[in-house]
Write a protein that binds this ligand. Structure first.
Ligand SMILES: [Fe+2]
Ligand SMILES: [Fe+2]
Length: 221
């Protein structure tokens, strides 16, 4: 595919207003209008979280803006791009190709927009399922996707509150809720989400936090 935009450095992402406008326009052509507004809102929320947790703000905003780049592709196209690029990691993705819009989006923004920053690509790739050992930008975008101000669902206020206290706890609770939602709908659960949730739980246990105060209950039990 033709590369239309200049490449970003892999260490420090620094986006000019002109680049930002071009990325927005590229996204606008790819997604429907509601998704476009959601994406801009995720970028703004990711910036707030990046400032709070000491991450590169431009990288977080860019990954937030482009996280759903492939979200409006049909299942057949998601699957064929994923297969061409060896992105299919388990049969659950073949059953629910929508789960591939993260990994496929990462491939497309690399090919079409010249984005090479590994943290940005990881964040876009993992934003739907999560993954064990996600980097900070990936956690920020995963969380921002769930709590951006346009999101309205039961429990979102609690996730917003936790997002201002501890990044890992907030991500952990969003993952728990996403797993509970899948169970309530009798849906398949992606193994990455389970692995990520388990890993976070054991990392959180090793630090001295008052879980009862934060959650109103013990984490385990
Ligand atoms: Fe998404
Ligand atoms: Fe999203």
């Amino acid at each position: 595919m033709k590369k239309e935009y200049e490449e970003l450095n892999t260490t420090k992402v620094n986006i000019t207003p002109e680049q930002w406008n071009r990325y927005e326009e590229a996204l606008r052509k790819r997604v429907r209008s509601g998704r476009f507004e959601h994406s801009k809102s995720v970028a703004e929320e990711a910036a707030v979280l990046a400032k709070k947790y000491g991450a590169n703000v431009d990288a977080a905003m860019l990954a937030g803006l482009l996280h759903d780049y492939a979200r409006d592709l049909p299942d057949s196209e998601l699957l064929s791009i994923a297969e061409e690029n060896n992105l299919v990691s388990c049969w659950v993705e073949e059953k629910i190709p929508l789960l591939l819009h993260g990994p496929v989006g990462a491939v497309l923004i690399k090919e079409e927009l010249g984005i090479n920053d590994e943290e940005v690509l990881e964040a876009v790739s993992r934003h739907t399922t999560g993954a064990p050992d996600m980097g900070k930008i990936a956690k920020i975008v995963y969380l921002a996707d769930s709590i951006e101000p346009l999101r309205k669902y039961k429990g979102v206020e609690n996730f917003r509150r936790l997002s201002r206290i501890n990044l890992n706890i907030a991500v952990f609770e969003v993952m728990n809720s996403s797993i509970q939602y899948c169970i309530s709908k009798n849906s398949l659960i992606h193994p990455f989400t389970l692995e990520a949730r388990n890993k976070l739980l054991y990392e959180l246990e090793s630090i001295n936090l008052d879980f009862k105060e934060l959650f109103g209950r013990d984490v385990i039990g």
